[in-house]
Design a protein around this ligand. Structure first.
Ligand code: G3P
Length: 218
């Protein structure tokens, strides 16, 4: 499973990048607004660090303007992927962007039917939002499993990005189901590597090492 970071914060992106595990970045208008900088400049900075796919979202609601925005965003760098909402206008925009060989990430996906239709329209990625479904007492991970099943039934190559991931169990479940990508906030990426037994084990090794050094120096 590929690992994307879900943020527009350049420091967090750099940290995850230098861990050597980062395959791409997803942003959205909320994440970019948190940074308070010019969004195009911020996306440019991100693309200087990460050479894998960097998702940048359109804000228009009609397909014609979505495509115009997408063409502008595509000029930032060759690895920009255009995030388009799962709406009927989004389908039209996706079809057109796909015919222009522009990669798309169909976002705000909350049903398997949406995922099937966006794939038919030529989506490169689809982003089911797990955490937001959990928030309304629905098993978000079932959506990822349903999309996996449907895509496998028909040999669909659209990649599933497990999105709106809130904790390490979401990440693990997405990998079990076979999502192609998980996009994960920085704080959760750090939690994925933390384990109390690793820390305890390091401490014991270092204590024993220090004891040996002490004994040898006597
Ligand atoms: O990738 C989608 C993500 O940014 C949404 O996450 O936590 O706002 O539901 P969240």
């Amino acid at each position: 499973m590929k690992l994307f970071i879900d943020t527009a914060n350049i420091e967090d992106i750099k940290k995850a990048h230098f861990y050597g595990v980062l395959d791409g970045v997803t942003t959205n208008p909320t994440l970019l607004s948190k940074e308070g900088a010019d969004p195009l400049a911020q996306l440019e900075k991100i693309c200087e660090v990460v050479k894998g796919p960097v998702s940048a979202e359109v804000t228009a609601l009609d397909s014609e303007t979505m495509v115009k925005e997408a063409l502008d965003l595509s000029k930032i760098a060759s690895n920009i992927v255009i995030k388009v909402p799962c709406t009927t206008e989004g389908l039209k925009a996706t079809r057109e962007l796909s015919s222009k060989n522009i990669n798309t990430n169909l976002t705000l996906c909350f049903s398997p039917s949406q995922a099937l239709l966006v794939a038919k329209a030529g989506a490169t990625y689809v982003s089911p939002f797990i955490g937001r479904l959990d928030d309304i007492s629905t098993e978000g991970m079932n959506l990822v499993a349903d999309i996996r099943l449907i895509y496998d039934n028909y040999g669909i190559s659209t990649q599933i990005i497990a999105a709106s991931i809130r904790h390490p169990i979401h990440f693990l479940e997405a990998a079990r189901i076979g999502a192609g990508v998980a996009t994960v906030p920085f704080a959760v990426i750090e939690k994925l590597m933390n384990h109390p037994l690793t820390d305890k084990g390091i401490k014991r090794f270092l204590d024993d090492w220090a004891k040996l050094k002490d004994n040898l120096s006597k």
